[in-house]
Design a protein around this ligand. Structure first.
Ligand SMILES: [Zn+2]
Length: 326
């Protein structure tokens, strides 16, 4: 799919429950000139097929440089392979090196905020450090064409996970400042054609959540994140409470770091003794055995019921009634 003058996208169908839609692989560069891939998927056949088969056959391109938006393995799984089979130069976020252990070749180039990748044919790709989803998250921007590659900082069809909320909110605001922004190519999900609106929506959503948390604290006294969560999400599906609590906690951490709320350290439960841990393990083993045995008995019973339907009722008759034509 052509996105702009020098950007093409391959959206590979995905089956990961966290991002069930697509994983995007992007090819940047003027046709027939040096090309760059941004993210290259997990170390699975179907991504490698796209990189080798599709790009070679349909686009008739060779990949000169392979880079990634961050270290997560669903983006960086094919870097070693790209080096070995495609002879591509590998470029990674400078602060992602230790996180990519085992997934990169020995010789790699590194990128940091403010760097520019200059491709043949005059394509300028700016590198922006946008920490938040992960510590090493980068976005890539081609200002001339208004195309931003957002990695997992912003997804096309779902919300992303955030490891550092304060950094994440700063990153979103920074992206909103980009001049000429027209289209956003995310790491997963559909291409975003209204990037500014989408960024504003996420920023507003986070601001609103923070306001709600501050309001919950206005009552005075110290309360736990769980209590705040129950106030903010009174009707939430109980299975999602832990996730909502973790969201509230990430806001509280930011507020505490900024000196806007006071944190009273909690008191963790004493860790269990080794004997107690062993006892729990044994309990689980016994329980699972009992479940397994129960399932076996249940299967036996249902088989017996079927057999009773299929076979003559020999249990009731020593000799069943018989019939003869008169
Ligand atoms: Zn990620």
């Amino acid at each position: 799919m052509k996105i702009s003058e020098s950007v093409r996208a391959v959206l590979v169908a995905d089956e990961n429950p966290m991002h069930p839609d697509f994983t995007g692989i992007y090819l940047v560069g003027k046709k027939g000139r040096q090309s760059l891939t941004i993210d290259s998927g997990e170390a699975l056949d179907r991504y490698q097929w796209f990189l080798r088969g599709y790009l070679a056959a349909v686009e008739q391109e060779e990949i000169a440089i392979a880079t990634i938006t961050h270290h997560h393995s669903d983006h960086s799984g094919n870097l070693k392979w790209a080096k070995e089979f495609l002879k591509a130069d590998i470029t990674i976020p400078a602060n992602g090196r230790s996180l990519l252990k085992g997934r990169i070749p020995t010789k790699v180039d590194t990128l940091k905020d403010g760097d520019v990748i200059d491709l043949d044919g005059g394509v300028r790709v700016q590198v922006l450090a946008t920490p938040g989803h992960s510590v090493d998250s980068l976005c890539f921007y081609i200002e001339e064409e208004g195309v931003l590659f957002s990695g997992d900082t912003l997804l096309g069809s779902s919300t992303t996970t955030v490891s550092d909320l304060a950094a994440y909110r700063r990153s979103l605001k920074r992206l909103l400042e980009l001049p000429n922004l027209k289209v956003m190519c995310p790491g997963h999900g559909k291409i975003i054609n209204d990037p500014r609106e989408r960024l504003q929506m996420y920023i507003k959503h986070r601001d609103m959540r923070e306001q709600q948390i501050l309001k919950a604290l206005e009552g005075g006294g110290a309360i736990s994140s769980w209590d705040i969560m129950l106030q903010l999400y009174p009707d939430i599906d109980k299975r999602l409470r832990r996730a909502a609590d973790s969201n509230v906690r990430s806001h509280l951490k930011q507020l505490a770091d900024e000196g806007r709320v006071k944190l009273y350290e909690g008191k963790p439960r004493r860790p269990k003794s080794a004997a107690r841990v062993q006892q729990d393990v044994e309990h689980v083993r016994q329980r699972d055995l009992a479940i397994k045995h129960g399932r076996k008995l249940e299967a036996e019973r249902s088989r017996a019921e079927v057999r009773a339907q299929e076979n003559p009722p020999t249990g009731e008759w020593k000799e069943p009634p018989r019939f003869e034509l008169l």
